[in-house]
Write a protein that binds this ligand. Structure first.
Ligand SMILES: Cc1cc2nc3c(=O)[nH]c(=O)nc-3n(C[C@H](O)[C@H](O)[C@H](O)COP(=O)(O)O)c2cc1C
Length: 320
């Protein structure tokens, strides 16, 4: 039997929190790396504040490596953060060149920086003189057009980047529109680094279709697909699913809820965090809209517990 390709769980700001990563990794198999949502605003020359340190507590979750991510256009900030990560025991740092939101991209950060190959070259040049940790990149095909990443090929090829994950869209597309497999394939063949594919793998069928198109790719970053269906990495790898997946999902959700209450001292704001996760998870149920209607009006912990109970009483999970 062939060894299954590594699967990485993509970062999601305010969803894949430390609590979420810890509880997910305890209940589900198939993921080989977990990424933190991006860190930004690192003050060079000073210690990391408690809140950031708290979000960097665990270097592994149930044996799965956690990779911190930074969003920055400042080489010194990247180097300073890398030093913290190294001291804390992390094994890799990832650079976010993919964030598409205008408030980020307009400041030449995230995918907005892809428009400036000279600036990227300058940052990589400084970073690689100082960094000890393996340094990886998560990017898109470009901000406005896919030609931007083509222009960056010789820049990236000049540095020992640990791995490049490419979301096969431009920043302007945000999270909609078609992924561009042809451009991804073409670019990935010209880059000298290990390349991971990212974008719109929602079902084992999607995975099989993309894999068939890209025989040279053997690393996969999955995002919304895992938020929609936490069993997806196991399904893709052909692992045996639990005998009763509904019961397993319920146990995971209960654990997530109580761990959040513990970690956040019963702060009601966790209901918003959980609702945001549910806005993805509803897709595993037979009637996503009805499920979300039950969840979205919860204002107290009792409301939430009752709503989750009602969802599992009235709805079945359906694998696509
Ligand atoms: C709400 C939200 C938050 C995200 N936060 C991050 C982030 O912090 N860092 C990052 O690199 N990507 C972030 N992403 C992008 C995802 O990691 C992923 O690349 C994207 O969803 C495409 O993959 P998918 O089609 O498998 O979901 C975010 C996406 C969404 C929708």
């Amino acid at each position: 039997m062939s060894i299954p390709s590594p699967i990485y769980f993509a970062p999601f700001q305010s969803i894949t929190t430390p609590t979420f990563r810890r509880v997910y990794a305890k209940h589900f198999g198939g993921v080989d790396k977990l990424y933190t949502p991006y860190f930004s605003g690192i003050a060079v020359g000073t210690k990391l504040p408690a809140k950031k340190l708290d979000a960097l507590k665990n270097q592994f979750e149930n044996g799965i490596e956690v990779i911190p991510q930074i969003l920055s256009k400042d080489a010194q900030e990247i180097i300073w953060f890398a030093k913290h990560c190294e001291d804390l025991g992390f094994k890799e740092l990832n650079w976010n060149l993919g964030c598409p939101y205008p408030q980020v991209a307009n400041k030449q950060r995230g995918s907005g920086l892809l428009l400036y190959p000279d600036k990227i070259n300058e940052i990589l040049d400084i970073v690689f003189q100082k960094i000890n940790l393996p340094f990886s990149v998560k990017c898109r095909l470009g901000y406005q057009t896919k030609e931007e990443l083509t222009t960056l090929i010789p820049v990236f090829n000049n540095y020992p980047i640990h791995e490049i994950t490419i979301h096969a869209r431009t920043g302007k597309q945000l999270y909609g529109g078609q992924t561009d497999w042809d451009s991804f394939s073409e670019i990935s063949k010209q880059l000298l680094h290990p390349i991971a594919y990212n974008g719109d793998v929602f079902t084992p069928k999607d995975f099989a279709a993309i894999q068939a198109q890209m025989p040279n790719i053997n690393r996969w970053m999955l995002g919304r697909g895992i938020l929609y269906n936490p069993f997806l990495p196991s399904q893709i790898k052909g692992y045996q699913l639990p005998e009763n997946p509904t019961e397993k999902l319920r146990m995971f959700l209960d654990d997530l809820y109580f761990e959040y209450r513990k970690d956040k001292n019963d702060n009601l704001a966790i209901l918003n965090t959980l609702k945001e996760y549910w806005s993805y998870l509803i897709h595993i149920f037979d009637d996503p809209n009805k499920v979300f209607r039950k969840l979205k009006k919860c204002k107290t912990f009792n409301d939430y517990e009752d709503a989750v109970h009602a969802v599992f009483h009235a709805h079945d999970i359906v694998f696509k």
